[in-house]
Design a binder for this molecule. Sequence first.
Ligand code: ZN
Length: 180
Amino acid sequence: MKLLLRYLGHSDLRTKATPIQEITPDIIQLAEDMIETMVKASDDGSIGVGLAAPQIGRLVRMFVWRSEQTLPDGKFTFDEPEVVINPTLSNPSQETETLAEGCLSIPKLHLEITRPKNIHIRYQNLKGEWIEKDLEGYNARIVMHENDHLNGVLFFDRISASERKKIEPILREIKRKYSS
Ligand code: ZN
């Protein structure tokens, strides 16, 4: 089932999510629904590569994401979506990278965001197994963006105060248009 997205202005996007104690059938269903919601999120042509539980109104530490590959002909393809539960990020690289980012909860806003190029992640999968990975480039970026959502942080929080000031009217317009 495709879930309703929370948009900028909703307090769920600014609330710290709580750890998942037990992977119940409800959590498994939620993960499936979140994957469907991410994959189908294509209004305005945005490409859903990640979705965190607070974005659909569940304040638990879980997100789904998928790796995006560029083919030689310039088209995109996606790997199988992954479910990440109770993640901890560590060892961010000194080296950073600045790339355009968007967010399904903040339609049509794309900003250049600077983040570490590499990150280590430890998390549980849907079976409750602990998994560790080193991610780099865009994959690292997606995971950092989604992990921010679990802490009530949005991507434009990571730009400078002067840039933030410039986009305030756009943020106000998005809030006006999407808040119910
Ligand atoms: Zn987002």
